[in-house]
Design a protein around this ligand. Structure first.
Ligand SMILES: NC(=O)c1ccc[n+]([C@@H]2O[C@H](COP(=O)([O-])OP(=O)(O)OC[C@H]3O[C@@H](n4cnc5c(N)ncnc54)[C@H](OP(=O)(O)O)[C@@H]3O)[C@@H](O)[C@H]2O)c1
Length: 338
């Protein structure tokens, strides 16, 4: 009898988080990183950015997406602020959406001028960050909080104290991490914390977390990454893999490549060819490639353009064959398989 957790789905449209009982989300999530427009301090939200964010929200709600990804740092808090305003303006019931936020990255100069860019999982910072995020969002609680990037100085027991306090106060329902490697996941698990999700960068042009599972004795994965095993760790324990930058920043669906043009160009051509065959937009193939992986990946899509959001949504209506999936993988990783 297998002990592997089961990722249940509802016809591919939704994803039940195995480690969070009753927590079901749309298979595709909207990343709200750019909602606030400018990342510069002191630059207000423009009417154009407000309109773009509203159009994105209206589009995904109509498509049935209910999952929204934030971080305290996105556009220096303006993304959370605008999202909260729009949700109220559009009269979207709070309980009908899932709001995920992140904490732990601190900008240089915050709060004092000479302080460096750093990561901070201290109890005080985690709790203060959530309080400020809730204030900007104008909400009472977060559905999920992710620890954004591993703090090298963190004490997992202290992190656990912060988590327990935020949970007990009703401010956060579930907890996850982002950009965590298997050794770190093990470390936190020893302290009693298994995240419901780990959000990592994964797309057709950033395949190193897959490449790490394709080592042969004499060969390192494509970009020289050491064996990693993140996706296997997730699968064994029921941790949802959230993919950030799932559209590969648009480079495979119309954006002119400004790096590695040969590899990007070849992959984009193949994406287009497969999209034509399935009668969908290229964005759908880029997202469907993630959905085809057995880790039950939840792409966190960052475009604000309604037409691109609809194009991504088409991914739910196709399934790539093994041959299509591997052809795309080979093109994207840019080196042959062993
Ligand atoms: N955990 C982490 O460390 C981390 C890091 C980064 C991001 N994230 C999350 O992941 C989400 C998605 O990441 P992402 O936005 O960086 O990557 P993405 O979803 O791969 O790409 C979206 C970006 O690409 C642009 N784009 C898409 N198609 C395009 C085209 N044909 N031409 C020109 N531009 C195009 C979009 O601009 P338009 O809006 O104009 O379409 C948008 O800026 C974020 O919103 C955030 O929630 C998490």
């Amino acid at each position: 009898m297998s002990n592997l957790p089961v990722f249940s789905t509802d016809g591919g449209q939704t994803l039940a988080y195995p480690l969070a009982s009753g927590f079901t989300a749309s298979r595709l999530g909207l990343g709200c990183m750019q909602f606030g427009g400018s990342w510069e301090a002191g630059v207000p939200i423009s009417s154009g950015d407000r309109a773009r964010a509203r159009a994105a929200l209206e589009t995904v709600l109509e498509l049935g997406w209910d999952f929204f990804d934030h971080a305290d740092i996105y556009c220096r808090g303006k993304s959370e602020q605008l999202f909260g305003e729009l949700i109220r303006e559009m009269k979207v019931p709070r309980e009908s959406i899932i709001v995920q936020d992140k904490c732990g990255i601190r900008f240089p100069g915050e709060p004092n001028g000479d302080e460096p860019h750093r990561f901070d999982f201290s109890r005080e910072h985690i709790i203060a960050s959530v309080d400020q995020s809730l204030k900007r969002l104008g909400m009472e609680y977060l559905d999920c909080l992710l620890l954004h990037r591993p703090d090298l100085l963190a004490d997992p027991h202290e992190v656990m104290e912060a988590i327990a306090s935020l949970h007990a106060s009703g401010k956060v329902a579930y907890f996850g991490v982002s950009n965590f490697t298997p050794p770190l996941l093990d470390l936190y698990r020893e302290a009693g914390f298994t995240p419901v999700a780990n959000q990592i960068e994964l797309n057709l042009l950033r395949t190193s977390l897959l490449d790490s599972s394709v080592v042969s004795q004499d060969r390192l994965p494509a970009d020289g990454h050491p064996a990693d095993g993140t996706l296997e760790w997730h699968r064994m324990r029921g941790v949802v893999t959230q993919a950030w930058a799932p559209m590969a920043y648009g480079y495979l669906s119309g954006r002119e490549p400004d790096w590695d043009p040969e590899r990007v160009g070849k992959t984009a051509s193949l994406v287009k060819e497969i999209a034509t065959k399935h009668e969908v937009a290229p964005e759908a193939v880029v997202i469907a490639w993630l959905l085809r992986h057995p880790a039950m990946i939840q792409p966190i899509i960052g475009t604000r353009e309604p037409s691109r959001l609809r194009a991504c949504h088409q991914a739910l209506s196709i399934q790539l064959s093994r041959e299509e999936w591997y052809a795309l993988y080979l093109a994207g990783r840019g080196t042959p398989l062993p």
